[in-house]
Design a protein around this ligand. Structure first.
Ligand code: ATP
Length: 364
């Protein structure tokens, strides 16, 4: 990596006896969309505040573009922060809100206006310059907050759960838009979220936080397909974790393994009263919705009974009690079946099948 936009070395922050950040080493490249993902209280916001300079670390070093800024005040750092609550001035118009930072920095009136208008165009709010924040929707307010940060042309933009206050639909729209804007402006984005789907959708790389430490850093595909720990496997997406006796009986191997529900095909056990007649399109397992094209060689199979079948529109989630003891969750795409088919699976005997390499070995 060239000189990283951000380098954190041995970063620690304690509040009394709480170790909010318990030793973080991290490099974020210039122009990256980098997400910090983790459960509530895992230290993500504190790391962001340490980068911004709102907190001083108990120990460790914060570097921006190769310069040690650990002891520098927030305004001496080339970063801007966008908060979840937007922090807009309610009595000021949209354009005045966006210009505010430039005014403080004594940028001339004309340049101020030009840059603020350009920033509003970037977030697609050209027609809203004279409105007050109270006359905007949540998503529009979020965009004003973004424009207000972008207008300063910072090297790094820190975003603390910026979409947290939006409803799901708007949130998904803004995810795509934020990613688009980041590509367009080429600024390094550091994005804090506890929403794994959001992190997977938007990021070049993700750091998964747990109890003040980073458990894993990687691209979305790396973190999802090769989780480095049971925690990561369980937090990023859903995972079946098999360990000890369960791993031995089901997989015939010692150790700890994760299998993603969507990697498990569900097939009916023939001639035992299982649902569907196996004819194509009846929605029954084995009708090719999942699992066809899988060679039998190298597959692992396990028999059991469906204890729960939950129809969720595009997918159905099955919980299967294996004869060998463990429970596994399998996720099926509803290519042809409907909710009516799903009912017939309750308590039905089934065979689960997955490729051996989809049981990912985790560190013990
Ligand atoms: N100013 C503070 N004083 C005392 N404890 C704090 C302070 N700020 C954070 N903490 C504690 O540090 C830990 C990490 O908090 P932090 O806000 O960084 O977590 P987070 O991962 O961002 O969580 P969330 O997703 O809920 O915002 C928590 O246990 C929190 O209670």
């Amino acid at each position: 990596m060239d000189t990283p936009a951000i380098r954190l070395t041995g970063l620690r922050k304690s509040f009394g006896n709480v170790d909010a950040v318990a030793g973080v080493d991290l490099e974020i490249a210039d122009g990256e969309f980098f997400s910090m993902l983790g459960p509530s209280g895992s230290g993500k916001t504190t790391v962001l505040r340490l980068i911004a300079g709102f907190e001083l670390p108990t120990s460790g070093v914060v570097e921006l573009a190769g310069a040690d800024v650990t002891r520098k005040a927030p305004f001496e750092r080339d970063v801007n922060t966008v908060f979840q609550d937007y922090a807009l001035f309610p009595h000021m118009s949209v354009i005045d809100n966006v210009e505010y930072g430039l005014k403080i920095r004594k940028v001339g009136r004309r340049e101020r206006r030009e840059r603020a208008e350009a920033a509003l165009a970037t977030v697609r709010l050209e027609g809203y310059a004279q409105r007050k924040p109270g006359q905007l929707s949540g998503g529009q307010r979020q965009r004003v907050a973004l424009a207000r940060a972008l207008v300063n042309r910072p090297k790094v933009l820190l975003l603390d759960e910026p979409l947290g206050a939006l409803d799901l639909k708007l949130r998904e729209e803004m995810q795509l838009e934020l990613k688009h804007i980041q590509r367009q402006v080429g600024i390094t984005f550091v994005f804090v979220t506890h929403d794994q789907q959001e992190a997977l959708t938007m990021s070049d790389r993700i750091a998964v936080f747990n109890a003040g430490r980073i458990e894993q850093v990687g691209t979305p595909a790396e973190v999802y397909d090769q989780p480095g720990s049971a925690f990561v496997a369980g937090f990023v997406g859903t995972a079946n974790v098999l360990r000890d006796d369960a791993a031995r009986t089901v997989l015939g191997e010692d150790g700890c393994f994760a299998i993603r529900p969507e990697k498990i095909a569900l097939e009916s056990s023939p001639g035992d009263g299982s649902p569907g007649d196996g004819s194509p399109g009846d929605g029954s397992p084995g009708d090719g919705e999942q699992g066809d094209g899988l060679p039998d060689d190298g597959d692992v199979t396990a028999t059991g009974r469906v204890v729960e079948a939950v129809y969720a529109g595009p997918t159905t989630r099955f919980v299967v009690q294996l004869d060998a003891g463990a429970q596994l969750v399998a996720l099926r795409q509803n290519l042809r079946s409907s909710s009516a088919d799903v009912q017939s699976y309750r308590d039905a005997p089934v065979t689960l099948r997955w490729r051996r390499e989809h049981a990912i070995r985790l560190p013990a």
